[in-house]
Design a protein around this ligand. Structure first.
Ligand SMILES: *Cc1c(COP(=O)(O)O)cnc(C)c1O
Length: 714
């Protein structure tokens, strides 16, 4: 077993633990693991990894699972290993210092915001997320912690979470839900419960607490033996799809259950932030309470609206839940009466046209009507949303619709590769602890010698490729026969990857509007690019489609097939089971980050913001966040024309994508000086980093919310 790495700092007191019995050390490790601060602290992660690197990898970097599975001889070694013990003390010390440090927000008004979200993507070992929405929520929580913005998260503890993607040898998606083990998760019971009427049933939930730096996230769990099987199942599956009855009850749990949970915990937030329409029953419940408590309806509505912030996340119709009015009445039938409304007045809150008795009940519409402040997640998306929701506000022109924008961002420390840290320390000297949203460590990148930029880029690409090989080897030994077959193929493909080739990445959920296989529109043209021996190009893909999305799963299959043909084998790679770790590896390892959605369906997109933190460059359709960032020197734009006909659009965009790669991207990457350094490429990497990282950080995003929305509410 490898030994713990030598820590550089040995704070006073580190000797104190020397010779302590293992249970004492084990408890200290467990305590440290219960604050997810470690997930963005490299030294703490290294400490956990050093317990047993193989177990660490096999358990999705879960420190508690690693700890629980340590062999007793390894535990004995660790409990008397002075390097390990002093690294442990250093990490404890760093967490204490973090929690005690002064923050940007500490001198401001201490009003509490409750942040509701269906999913939270905080770390790969905590499978409570499906995709971009969850990752964004996780990054929001982490930045709120770093900046000291008073906030609590409200969500659901998913027993099975989102599915694990296993591909058959034909590339068909197998939806697998691994057996959960809550004892391996860094959650604590609050000892509090709620009882929530859902239709005729009463659902009891336990409230768990997850600690993320300074911010608690409270999670509801209905899987209790005293509940009926249907009630227990409510917190089993995130986005199972195809069952509106299940879905509406989950949303009642999040929104109304979330309100009960805040009461049970004795918290009374000033602001309620609905991250996506899933939680829109929360303000409805607040309205019910105020009216039932005797407040005049108009006053109550104003009060609810004044303290609600709503962020809409997608123009894709399936992303905006709509329920049959009968279903709404089935579960919330008692509410209208308590609010002194008749059924159609009540249902009108979820209808674009309030007089249309047939219209379905839309959660986005409900959220818009109950929030004084609504926003989209990029300027373009806000514009799209204003057009889309005109009828809700009976506005003649889109400009009159009160939907603003706060562009998304990513949490830098969560997405910078560990191998890039020495570079950051040397050139930027970031002091993350106590950082301001305006701190811009990246602006000095223009002064970094291009050889150094290139060295880091090469390092990160090579490290990704060796990780891909390791991963495929792990899978080849771990899986059953059919998967083993697929894994062997993958191992073979990985062996032929070229460490020096231009590497283009594409990883995101395989929603069809994202068009993962667009680059295969003309396979012959693509084959000429990847087979060029002087200037080789290779692609790495990853992504899951929604369990009910046949179209998206078909995309996965198409990519799988192409990746095994003689033309593309070894040049096109599809990785199974996209998660935060895969995301981190690919966004940091790839030279170019490809994004080719159907404009304007990509509300923001955040994976493209992770890549510049690691000297990657974006090549994207002008959609989502990219129009705000693109400055002609920091990446590429694909195409630009829009057509009403989807087939024509696909052909045009594919053609534009090939042309961009052939004429711009590939020549620039392979234009080398005498020492093999691509000078112009390095300039573009530097400009990508300089122009993107600070502006599209979640610190800037959370500060925007805090200044404009959280602080203004009374
Ligand atoms: C960043 C990230 C996303 C979001 O990617 P988009 O570009 O917004 O589609 C989704 N899933 C994971 C695991 C991520 O890390």
């Amino acid at each position: 077993m490898p030994r713990a790495r030598n820590p550089t700092a040995r704070p006073p007191g580190s000797a104190r633990a020397n010779g302590a019995p293992w249970p004492v050390t084990r408890e200290r490790i467990r305590t440290l693991a219960h604050n997810l601060w470690w997930s963005w602290n490299p030294a703490a992660r290294r400490l956990f990894e050093s317990m047993d690197p193989t177990l660490w990898r096999a358990n999705s970097h879960n420190p508690i699972a690693t700890l629980n599975n340590l062999s007793s001889s390894r535990a004995q070694t660790l409990s008397s290993d002075p390097d390990f013990l002093s690294a442990l003390a250093a990490a404890e010390h760093a967490l204490e210092a973090y929690l005690a440090s002064k923050t940007w927000f500490s001198s401001r008004k201490r009003q509490l915001t409750a942040y509701f979200c269906m999913e939270f993507g905080i770390h790969e070992s905590l499978p409570l997320y499906a995709g971009g929405l969850g990752i964004l929520a996780g990054d929001h929580i982490k930045s709120a912690s770093d900046l000291g913005v008073p906030l609590v998260g409200v969500g659901i503890l998913w027993k099975f979470g989102y599915y694990r993607q296993e591909l058959t040898k034909l590339g068909e998606t197998r939806v697998v839900y691994p057996a959960p083990d809550f004892s391996q998760l860094p959650i604590e019971s609050t000892g509090k419960f709620i009882s929530l009427p859902v239709g005729r049933q009463t659902v009891r939930c336990r409230i768990w607490r997850l600690t993320v730096g300074r911010v608690p996230v409270f999670l509801l769990d209905s899987d209790l033996p005293t509940n009926s099987p249907t009630a227990r199942a409510l917190t089993h599956h995130l986005y199972r799809g195809g069952d509106p009855d299940y879905r509406i009850r989950q949303e009642i749990l999040l929104g109304i259950g979330g309100m009960h949970a805040l009461d049970a915990l004795g918290l009374s937030p000033t602001v309620y932030h609905l991250n996506e329409g899933h939680a829109a029953f929360a303000p409805l419940e607040r309205l019910r309470r105020l009216v039932a408590g005797g407040k005049r309806f108009g006053h109550a509505l104003n009060e609810v609206r004044r303290r609600s912030v709503f962020t809409t996340h997608t123009p894709v119709p399936e992303g905006n839940d709509r329920f049959d009015p009968a279903l709404v009445m089935k579960y919330l039938g008692r509410m209208p009466n308590q609010m002194r409304l008749n059924a159609s007045e009540f249902l009108a809150f979820g209808r674009e046209d309030q007089t249309d008795q047939k219209e379905s009940f839309c959660m986005t519409v409900l959220a818009l009507r109950l929030s004084a402040r609504s926003n989209g997640v990029s300027r373009l998306h806000a514009e799209t949303s204003r057009r889309m929701w005109k009828r809700v506000f009976a506005a003649a022109r889109a400009e009159e619709v009160p939907i603003g924008s706060v562009t998304n961002g990513v949490h830098p420390e969560s997405w910078i590769a560990d191998e890039a840290r020495p570079f950051y320390d040397l050139y930027f000297k970031p002091r993350w602890n106590g950082a301001d949203p305006e701190d811009d460590w990246w602006k000095g990148v223009g002064r970094v010698p291009k050889e150094e930029l290139w060295t880091l880029r090469q390092t990160l690409r090579k490290r990704m490729i060796s990780w891909l090989r390791q991963r495929s080897a792990d899978e080849a030994t771990a899986f059953n026969f059919e998967e083993k077959y697929a894994a062997r193929l993958l191992a073979e493909v990985c062996a032929t990857l070229d460490e020096n080739a231009l590497t283009i990445g594409f990883a995101r959920r395989f929603a069809t509007y994202k068009r993962a296989p667009l680059i295969f529109t003309d396979p012959k043209r693509l084959a000429r690019l990847v087979r060029n021996t002087d200037r080789p190009v290779q692609f790495v893909f990853a992504g899951k489609a929604h369990p009910q999305d046949r179209g998206g799963q078909e995309f996965v299959r198409t990519l799988h097939e192409f990746s095994l043909t003689p033309e593309f084998r070894g040049r096109v790679l599809l990785i199974q089971n996209y998660d935060m770790h895969v995301g981190r590896m690919l966004t940091s390892g790839c030279d170019v980050w490809l994004n080719n959605p159907v404009r304007p369906m990509e509300a923001s997109g955040t994976s493209g913001m992770k890549s510049p933190l690691n000297l990657g460059i974006n090549c994207s359709i002008l959609d989502g966040w990219w129009p705000e960032a693109f400055n002609r020197k920091n990446g590429w734009v694909i195409g630009g024309k829009q057509f009403a006909d989807r087939k024509r659009q696909d052909r045009y965009d594919a053609d534009a994508l090939y042309a961009t790669l052939e004429d711009q991207v590939i020549p620039l990457f392979y234009r080398r000086d005498r020492r093999g350094v691509p000078g112009a490429w390095c300039r573009m990497m530097a400009e990508s980093m300089r122009s993107v990282c600070a502006e599209f950080s979640s610190h800037r995003m959370v500060a925007d919310y805090a200044r404009r929305f959280y602080a203004g509410a009374k």
